[in-house]
Design a protein around this ligand. Structure first.
Ligand SMILES: [Zn+2]
Length: 135
């Protein structure tokens, strides 16, 4: 990526730092409940299933399927003008959580609901973004 990348990038906070550190290392890391073993995304204090506040960070498979997607034609921010139309996709991970992302390595017209995909990481200077390509 170029130095003048004009799109805003996410910044880790205390609760999401392991997710972003994992991405920089090429690994999709998710919170997992230590009691009922359910995966959590986004990271948060309590488990939705059993309300436990105990968790570990564990590597996810990086595999998922397209749950839904849209193709953005409107240029809401100058940073995205050059890449429009672009897709905004919800990938349902094999572990269960759904991750908002983009599909890469496929034309927007080739994206279908239920399509199997696998993670890859778009590296920037201080952050890596999880994107998905057809598996
Ligand atoms: Zn739980």
């Amino acid at each position: 990526m170029t130095e003048d990348f004009p799109r805003p990038l996410p910044e880790a906070d205390e609760s999401s730092k392991p997710f972003w550190d994992g991405a920089m290392a090429g690994q999709l890391m998710l919170m997992r409940c230590s009691d009922c073993r359910r995966w959590r995304l986004p990271s948060r204090q309590h488990c939705d299933n059993c309300l436990s506040d105990q968790f570990t960070w564990e590597p996810a498979s990086g595999k998922g399927t397209v749950r839904t997607f849209g193709v953005m034609h409107q240029k809401y921010h100058p940073g995205w003008a050059a890449i429009a139309p672009y897709n905004v996709t919800i990938v349902e991970l094999e572990e269960g959580p759904r991750l908002p992302t983009n599909i890469v390595g496929a034309e927007n017209s080739a994206i279908t609901v239920g399509m199997p995909v696998i993670v890859e990481f778009e590296q920037h200077e201080d952050v890596a973004l999880p994107k998905f390509r057809p598996a």
